[in-house]
Design a protein around this ligand. Structure first.
Ligand code: ADP
Ligand code: ASP
Ligand code: MG
Length: 407
């Protein structure tokens, strides 16, 4: 019997009405003769709320406890969804990540999946049950609960599709596909009917949260076709992410935006390169994500270097630099929050210099300062003050996509 994997994000199961809407989508597919495994995220902004609860208790929670807490949101939504499916008159069973066989690394809060033991799910399917799996979570070899990083239920779904050999993994969300920019902030954004794994990976990596970047890596590795669709409308066609895409007339695939970033400035008197390498390798060891690819615009001072760090990792960053005794070596560290990174994704053979000059011209016409820049074969990224980011994205989008694109 054909097997369909469906994944529903937080907004798709935000309340009882939405849960029944999703239950109907699942049972429609089941009724037409398919086996169905649905993967579900926590309801609405539950995961953020759980995180806030944690911060009311402590800002030094261990990552192990954080995972126990954050994974609980998906346990609630998966059981409620199974109850709704049963209420509609169909057999359903909910499974936590560990019951569903997800074995992960022990790297709490950002664990990678090692393997999925699908026996339990297969048995449930044999018994004609609709299986509802809690996304975003697994268990490590010590039996401890782990989570897969924010937005990780997409990866749970794609990995399950690979393990169960499903032909397609349908990711239902609150928009009806992948657009040339976030359709919530760029009204003129256009929907792609298909995109390649590589292009989608770059868009996700640089901030298009519609799909988690690790889910694309997994899809590419195992050749899983992914379709992004709306759970809220009946528009049946979404965006298909696969190896092959039809030719497109515009090589720029989209504009991604990352907010809540901080620009860290490190001033060293000497041995600048050595200090930069030391900081980078220490951050790597502790798993703090830093971006050292962005360069300041204008005249460069060889004794100063910069990193871009997510705002909520600034304290961890400073704690690590303190631990390695940076301040005893005549090095000063300062940071500015409220920065945003705008990236134009344009996978090409050569540097995207033409795209870069269009971005600079557009922002200069708007008197928006470009503080940092990075340009390579995959993207041109600029860092600007967050208050200007939305208008900047809109202006760049209309410059790059205004002509009649055939998608
Ligand atoms: P879910 O809760 O279903 O996982 P997410 O909030 O993680 O949903 O992702 C969906 C959101 O991604 C959309 O609401 C949209 O605002 C945002 N988004 C950002 N960039 C894009 C893009 N290029 N195309 C479509 N949606 C995008
Ligand atoms: N609930 C988790 C999060 O908010 C996982 C997910 O939504 O994919 O990050
Ligand atoms: Mg998501």
């Amino acid at each position: 019997m054909p097997l369909v994997i469906q994944k529903f994000g937080g907004s798709s199961v935000a309340d009882t009405h939405h849960i029944f809407n999703v239950a109907k989508k699942i049972t429609d597919v089941y009724k037409s003769g398919n086996d169905v495994v649905a993967v579900v995220s926590a309801q609405g902004d539950t995961t953020d709320k759980l995180q806030q609860l944690m911060e009311e208790i402590t800002d030094e929670a261990s990552k192990r406890e954080k995972d126990v807490l954050l994974s609980s949101g998906e346990q609630v939504s998966s059981s409620l969804l199974a109850m709704a499916v049963q209420k509609l008159g169909f057999p359903a069973v909910s499974l936590t990540g560990w019951q569903a066989g997800f074995l992960t690394e022990s790297n709490h809060t950002d664990a990678r999946i090692i393997k999925i033991d699908t026996k339990r799910i297969e048995n449930e399917l044999k018994n004609k049950n609709i299986v509802i799996v809690a996304g975003f979570q697994g268990i490590d070899e010590n039996g401890d609960i782990t989570t897969l990083g924010r937005g990780g239920s997409d990866t749970s779904a794609v990995a399950l599709a690979a393990a169960l050999n499903a032909d397609i993994c349908k990711i239902y969300t609150d928009v009806d596909g992948v657009y040339t920019a976030d359709p919530r902030s760029v009204v003129s954004a256009k929907k792609w009917s298909s995109l390649s794994y590589d292009t989608m990976f770059e868009m996700a990596h640089f901030g298009a949260q519609v799909l988690n970047e690790r889910s694309i890596e997994t899809a590419k590795k195992f050749g899983v076709t992914v379709e992004v669709l709306s759970s809220l409308s009946d528009n049946l066609s979404g965006t298909v992410i696969t190896k092959e895409t039809k030719a497109i007339t515009n090589t720029i695939s989209g504009i991604s935006l990352k907010n809540h970033l901080a620009k860290v400035t490190v001033s060293a008197r000497d041995n600048t390169e050595k200090h930069k390498n030391l900081i980078t390798s220490e951050m790597d060891k502790t798993g703090i994500k830093i971006d050292s690819s962005m360069k300041p615009v204008g005249k460069q001072n060889k004794d100063i270097f910069n990193f871009i760090v997510e705002e909520n990792h600034i304290n961890d960053f400073l704690a690590v630099t303190k631990k390695i005794g940076i301040e005893n070596q005549n090095i000063q560290i300062s940071y500015e929050k409220n920065k945003s990174e705008i990236s134009v994704i344009n996978i090409s053979e050569s540097l995207n210099l033409n795209t870069a000059s269009i971005i600079f011209e557009t922002l200069s016409e708007m008197n928006i300062d470009v503080e940092m820049v990075a340009c390579d074969e995959k993207r041109v990224s600029v860092v600007v003050a967050s208050e200007c980011a939305n208008s900047a994205v809109n202006a760049i989008h209309s410059k790059l996509f205004e002509e009649d694109m055939i998608i």
